[in-house]
Structures are given as C-alpha cells and as structure tokens.
Design a protein around this ligand. Structure first.
Ligand SMILES: [Mn+2]
Length: 319
C-alpha cells in the first residue's frame, strides 16, 4: 500500500458523506494514484466564535460543483474537465466534542492528521486542496509545507494575526500569527489581500513582521496596483493560496460566520486570480470558512467558481 493509500482510513469517502457525490463528479474518473490534484474536506466548526456553519462547507462545495456548475469556464473557453485529474478523498473524520474529548485534544488530533495528509500528498507529487472548515486548518497544512517556503496569497476580510482569542491560542482568528511565531513561515512571505477588519495589535504585528497588505480600500481605489504587484512577485515562485470566502463582500456570502461589508466583488477576485503569474507553481491551497444554512448554496457556488478559476489559471502546477 502506498503512503498515500494509508491516509484513506482517516476520511469518510465522498459517496458515504452528506453530499453523496465527489467534488465536481467529473464523468471521467481518476484513481488516487493517477490524480494530480487531491481534494479533501475538513468540516471543522469548533472554535468559530460568531456564526456557525463551516461544518457544511465541504458538502456545499461538493453539491454545487457536482450538481449545479458546469466545468466549462465561460470567459476562458476552457473546460476544466479536460485539464485536471482530481481525486476527492472525502472528509476528515472529526471526533465529537464531549466530556471525554476536549477542544484542544480534538484540534491536536485533527491538526496532526491534516499535516500528515498534506505531507503525503506532496511527497506523491500531487497538490492538496483543503476544503474547510474554519480557518484554523490552514495552520496545519502550511506547517507541513514550511520547507518549500511558498509565497502565501491570503485572501480574507480578516488578518487572522491574533496571538489569542476568547482564551484560545489556536483558533480561527490566530493561524497566521502562530505560523509566523512558530517559525513555519516568514512574515514577508505573507501577502494579505482584501483585509478590512482586525484590531490595533494585529496591525502592529503585521507591520513588525513585514506582512504585505493590500486592504480592501486600496483594491477598490486602485486594483491595478495589486495586479501589477502580483504579476511580478509570483513570477516563477512557489505559491500557496489561502482563500477565506469572507474576502467577498457580505452581500455575496450569506452564510459565512464573520461576514464584512466593504468587501471584494467576484469580478475583482477573478481579475486578481488572473494576475497571478502562470509561471508560478501552486504547491497547495485551502478554501475556508464556506458555510451553508437552510439549503442556501449561493456561497458554495461562489466558492466553486473561484476555485475553478484558480485551477484554470495555475495549470502549470499540475500539467
Ligand atoms: Mn475571515
């Protein structure tokens, strides 16, 4: 059994999960070994402080990708089904929070399994695509990729640079602080895009650590500044994309836990994705904080369309 096959037991296969279908449900099926991109869900909804619902993220993404959305990318005249070989591992099993299982012990076990899965996908020369789940999951995936020193393109309304929040050290608002503080990433390898909400201390931390910021107002006033920057800085560079769905304006994301106004619109995000140099090499990505409530799949649809555009633009990574 390959080292990749061994992680299978950590997951509930997509067919047996809530969606009942794999991501995109491509007509041409590929095996785990023959794939070049591996999708896996982490429906973690543990430290979320305000709105709940991220546990529905992977299901919402699977359902909308498989049942609603065409894989043909209209403006590019490209069918993703001709380009990618995606395998969906399913959702990571997450222990129940109860008297025998504390929050910190769940995080430790889920975190270790994310890191191991990421390492094994990478050492099999494939690209992990983590579907969240709360943003905490990015810590464990990025930690496992530290030796590749990627440039991190972090799309988010929030900096997620708090040392601690509501008494919790590791939670959905702290992953990037701990990645820097624990030495897994360098502050100046972190590009935060669409930021519009944080506290004064996080701004100071960003400044002290050399984090590069394109806040939502800068993008609104002069998007070309960001587009030119990304074109240059991603040229021939290994990149990691951490995409929090709340980078979009709250009018586009009705279900996510911490929606914010003054956000980006889908046309702006599409332009930003397109400005990432096609010479760059995507090492991994995550798509987090997607939620669903009362059968409202608008947010899942937007998440999938965003992901498809990232995959079409960054074909070099897997073709
Ligand atoms: Mn956020």
């Amino acid at each position: 059994m390959s080292i990749l096959e061994e992680v299978r037991s950590l997951f509930i296969s997509p067919e047996l999960g809530d969606a009942g279908v794999p991501f995109a449900d491509f007509p041409r099926k590929v095996s785990l070994i023959d794939s070049n991109l591996i999708v896996y869900g982490v429906p973690l909804d543990l430290t979320t402080s305000f709105g709940k619902g991220t546990r529905e993220g992977p299901t919402s993404i699977r359902l909308t990708s498989a049942k609603q959305i065409e894989t043909y990318i209209f403006e590019e005249n490209i069918d993703l089904a001709d380009k990618v070989k995606i395998y969906d591992l399913g959702d990571l099993k997450i222990p129940q929070l109860d008297s025998s299982c504390s929050l910190s012990s769940i995080l430790a076990s889920v975190g270790a399994n994310i890191s191991m899965t990421t390492e094994r996908i990478k050492s099999s020369n494939k690209i992990p695509i983590l579907l969240g789940g709360e943003h905490t999951v990015s810590y464990y995936q990025l930690k496992a990729l530290a030796d590749t020193r990627p440039l991190i393109l972090h799309f988010d309304a929030h900096r997620d640079l708090k040392p601690k929040y509501c008494g919790m050290v590791m939670c959905h608002t702290t992953p990037f602080y701990h990645l820097i503080n624990d030495g897994h990433i360098h502050g100046d390898d972190l590009v935060q895009i669409g930021i519009r909400q944080c506290d004064r201390e996080e701004n100071q931390i960003a400044l002290n650590k050399g984090v590069i910021t394109f806040d939502a107002w800068t993008i609104h006033d002069d998007i070309d500044k960001l587009l030119l920057y990304l074109q240059e800085v991603t040229y021939n560079r290994v990149i990691y994309i951490s995409f929090d769905i709340d980078v979009y304006d709250l009018s586009y994301v009705p279900c996510t836990g911490c929606p914010e106004p003054y956000g980006l619109d889908p046309f702006q995000v599409a332009k930003i994705i397109k400005s990432i140099s096609s010479t760059s090499k995507l090492i991994a990505m995550d798509l987090v904080e997607v939620a669903a409530r009362n059968d409202d799949y608008r947010e899942g649809t937007l998440a999938v369309q965003t992901l498809y555009r990232i995959l079409v633009n960054l074909q070099r990574a897997y073709s």
